[in-house]
Design a protein around this ligand. Structure first.
Ligand code: AMP
Ligand code: GLY
Length: 433
């Protein structure tokens, strides 16, 4: 059998982890990443390299995939899904892994997702949808209890305002509906009941019928230790999370994941790809905060290192509708990842700063350094984004995985680098003094 050539769309730590995992497949000859980062840019000894097509340039991606003659495209981020990249590539006769534009509405339209959950009986926070500012204002003034205001469209994770009081809810409505803080993504607004409880990420593979869960994970969204400071794309993660017991996982599959996949199929928009539910474990039971139509970042950097099965075999089975035949196996240990970020992130930050210690970190046993916002510049790797690296450690248990990840991070240096020191503490883990 000739080796297969794959293309991954995206440029982050998630895409580096996907490439890293896919080249481990005996079937894979090369992996092209569009546009990729410094970690996927032809590092010596790996068959991974970048091709210059931006993740939001549908025509450019289609061209690149055709020219390179790849036989499978894997979509990383949500923006190309929202633009219908899967439909376009499929129409051009290419094999592609990810949901269609219609199926991806579970992520790209929060109003669609909420109405869908209501119809399918999937547990989620109570809500109302508005396009009219005055009506939304009336509603928040008449509603007792804390609220969350959300722009319905994609807003790079920033379109959600968790409000402590009425004044904040009014301000959020003004910002989104009057001042256009998120552009057209805020034309439709959801006002939701504010829930409390720990948050977990449940990702699953699906072929549109069968749902096979991945190991559960927890993300750390705030920039500073103790969950302080503004939200980010995610400062670290670990897997599996002890908060999701086998009984809870079973419940989540039964009440959330399977009904979601069945409901999408029943509407004539079958969902094929990775379905990611952000769940809150409230005192009243589990609730869906959001669906994502893709792998999570940085969850992927802890989930894939624990996957024993060939990822390509799973992806092929999803596309061909035979996931039920696949035995997806996981390593019994744990993984943790610590994100090294640029000074100022999630606000403004400088780029182009040289990064030292990457090889030293990678050579710590159990450590893999996934690049996110980096690029190659002559002999150096330099910073090129807010989240620069995700340093993953794998070990027999969470404490060992965390010790490993931190040992790796401590080898790395760039000017202004910062990272959270408390990844995993939500699971009851304490940093050694
Ligand atoms: P989302 O993009 O909808 O997942 O929201 C981003 C973050 O806002 C979540 O990870 C939660 O921390 C928070 N959030 C969203 N919806 C709610 C809710 N109904 N109650 C409390 N917090 C929420
Ligand atoms: N880790 C959150 C996300 O990927 O959306």
């Amino acid at each position: 059998m000739p080796k297969r050539s794959l293309m991954i769309i995206g440029a982050g730590g998630r895409e580096h982890a996907l490439a890293w995992k896919l080249v481990q497949s005996a079937q894979v000859g090369q992996v092209l990443v569009a546009p990729g980062n410094g970690g996927t840019d032809g590092a010596p000894g790996t068959p991974i390299r970048n091709i210059p097509a931006a993740a939001d340039d549908v025509a450019g991606l289609l061209d690149a995939a055709r020219h390179a003659g790849v036989d499978l495209v894997v979509v990383g981020p949500e923006v190309p899904l929202a633009l219908g990249i899967v439909d376009r590539l499929h129409a051009a006769g290419l094999r592609v892994f990810g949901p269609t534009q219609a199926a991806a509405r579970l992520e790209t339209s929060k109003a669609f997702a909420k109405d869908f959950m209501r119809q399918a009986g999937i547990p989620t926070a109570g809500y109302a949808v508005f396009t009219d500012y005055a009506a939304a204002l009336d509603y928040v003034r008449q509603t007792a209890g804390p609220l969350v205001v959300k722009a319905s469209g994609l807003a790079a994770g920033k379109g959600v305002v968790v409000c402590d009081d009425l004044a904040q809810a009014e301000q959020a409505l003004f910002d989104i509906m009057q001042a256009g803080a998120f552009g057209a993504a805020g034309d439709v607004v959801i006002v939701e009941e504010r829930l409390t409880g720990p948050e977990v990420s449940l990702l699953a593979f699906t072929d549109g019928r069968t749902v096979l869960p991945m190991v559960t994970a927890q993300d750390h969204k705030r920039v500073f230790d103790g969950d302080q400071g503004p939200n980010t794309g995610g400062m670290g993660a670990f897997a599996p999370t002890p908060r999701v017991t086998p009984a809870l996982l079973d419940e989540a599959l039964r009440t959330v994941m399977q009904p979601a996949v069945d409901g999408m199929a029943a509407q004539g928009t079958p969902y094929v790809g990775v379905l990611y539910a952000g769940l809150m474990l409230t005192p009243a039971g589990l609730r869906v905060l959001e669906f994502n139509a893709r792998f999570g970042d940085p969850e992927t950097q802890v989930i894939l290192p624990l996957l024993e099965t060939d990822l390509l075999e799973i992806i092929d089975a999803c596309i061909d509708g035979r996931l039920a035949e696949v035995d997806v196996r996981w390593t019994p240990g744990a993984a943790a990842t610590v994100v090294a970020a640029s000074a100022g992130y999630p606000g403004n930050y400088a780029k182009g700063l040289p990064i030292r210690g990457l090889e030293e970190a990678d050579s710590v046993p159990g450590v893999t350094v996934f690049h996110a916002g980096t690029r190659r510049h002559q002999a150096d790797v330099v910073t090129d984004g807010g989240r620069v690296l995700a340093v993953t450690g794998v070990g027999a248990d969470l404490a060992a995985a965390l010790a490993c990840a931190y040992a790796g991070v401590q080898q790395i240096h760039f000017t202004g680098m910062h990272y959270r020191r408390d990844i995993g503490r939500q699971a009851g883990w304490q940093a050694p003094p």
